[in-house]
Design a binder for this molecule. Structure first.
Ligand SMILES: [Zn+2]
Length: 376
């Protein structure tokens, strides 16, 4: 037995690293994780997609001929900024009050990363292993899965049997999440003096026409039994420089959340058809939806494990946010994908973020069992 660090201690160590993104400087945090994983037998592949912005793939090879593809645990180590409001605790000190560990990134998602790293260290002690255990740890998630996108493009990822994304779910075993397609609709016009609008072409009128076309847009898809229907929101609009000119540019920000049965690429081409060629679409964020069926054999195994260890009944539910799974799942052969972590879902991105200390160890137990069953 090696001296294994506890999930709580590791979470505290991880939040002490300032990995606020932007700007994002996760390198020291990664070096620390590597210093735990490498001596335990993990083979490390570094992927620096920008200076001081690594992704890390850690592989614990099988000791026997492989019976199945790897089981992959994944999480990001960057966090969102502290926000405008003043914190009542030091966001990097790891203070514990009333069973809650406070700090930026405790819930989203350093407790989740800590949980699977501790599980990974336990799995390394199994002497006979018939499959590989793999960790895919990313940077730059909070600014649109930048790290995961670069990693997927690098060709370093390979197919796996199942994927665990340890984002905060209060230890609920979730089957996926909606997709997100954020974009600007750009309308160009011709400027003129405000007293002679007939000499110009008003970009705001073009934008209003687009907005009218999108109001009540029918995606032509039945609501999904778990995710419900897709949504479309117009979130912002920027147009015009002054009141006495004809505006020659109008941007309309659209936020679409997609569901099973839709791809973002299809939605985009559909919208372009509705809006016409005059409207230029500038994509901002493009994350496909993620879903694994309840009756998938591996998902059934997950539910049996959470029932046994946590005492919770299986539920088919999805997360409200999107995750690196949008990028990693398709890049790793579309394996069944579980979203589960000890963080508190409602605490993500909040002032005075905390996680419930009592959820960390049970999550480690679930992750360890899933890995143990996988390599058996
Ligand atoms: Zn997160």
């Amino acid at each position: 037995m090696t001296d294994t660090i506890t999930g709580l201690d590791l979470t505290k160590r991880l939040i002490a690293f300032d990995t606020i993104n932007p700007p994002g400087d996760e390198a020291e945090c990664f070096k620390y994780l590597a210093s735990l994983l490498e001596p335990a037998g993990y083979e490390l592949t570094w992927h620096d997609w920008r200076p001081n912005r690594p992704n890390l793939i850690a592989r614990l090879p099988a000791t026997e001929p492989e019976k199945r593809a790897p089981l992959v645990y994944s999480g990001h180590v960057d966090t969102v900024p502290l926000g405008q409001a003043k914190w009542s605790v030091d966001p990097f000190a790891g203070e514990i009050k009333d069973g809650r560990l406070y700090g930026r990134g405790t819930s989203d998602m350093k407790a989740g990363v800590a949980a699977f790293v501790v599980a990974a260290l336990r799995l390394a002690e199994i002497e006979v292993r018939h499959a590989e255990i793999q960790l895919v740890i990313t940077s730059g998630e909070e600014t649109g899965c930048e790290g995961a996108l670069a990693l997927a493009a690098s060709g370093l990822l390979s197919d796996c049997a199942a994927l665990v994304i340890a984002e905060p779910t209060d230890n609920r075993a979730l089957c996926g999440h909606k997709g997100a397609l954020w974009m600007n609709l750009v309308h160009e016009g011709v400027t003129a003096h405000g007293s002679m609008p007939d000499k110009g072409r008003n970009a705001i009128f073009a934008a209003v026409e687009s907005i009218e076309r999108l109001r009540g847009h029918d995606f032509g898809i039945k609501p999904h039994q778990v995710m419900g229907g897709p949504t479309l929101n117009i979130g912002n609009m920027q147009a015009g420089l002054n009141v006495n000119s004809v505006p020659d540019l109008a941007r309309v920000g659209v936020d679409i959340r997609s569901v099973v049965g839709q791809t973002n690429a299809e939605i985009r081409s559909d919208l372009q058809r509705v809006l016409g060629d005059q409207v230029r679409v500038e994509p901002l964020t493009d994350m496909d939806n993620v879903f694994t069926d309840f009756d998938d054999p591996w998902m059934s195994q997950v539910f049996a494990t959470t029932k046994e260890i946590l005492g919770t009944d299986p539920e088919v539910a999805t997360a409200t946010y999107f995750t690196d799974a949008s990028v990693l799942k398709p890049a790793m052969g579309n394996p069944p994908t579980l979203i589960m972590g000890p963080g508190t879902m409602a605490m993500a991105h909040q002032t005075d973020e905390y996680c419930e200390v009592g959820l960390i160890d049970p999550c480690i137990d679930v992750f360890t069992r899933l890995g143990r069953d996988h390599v058996a």
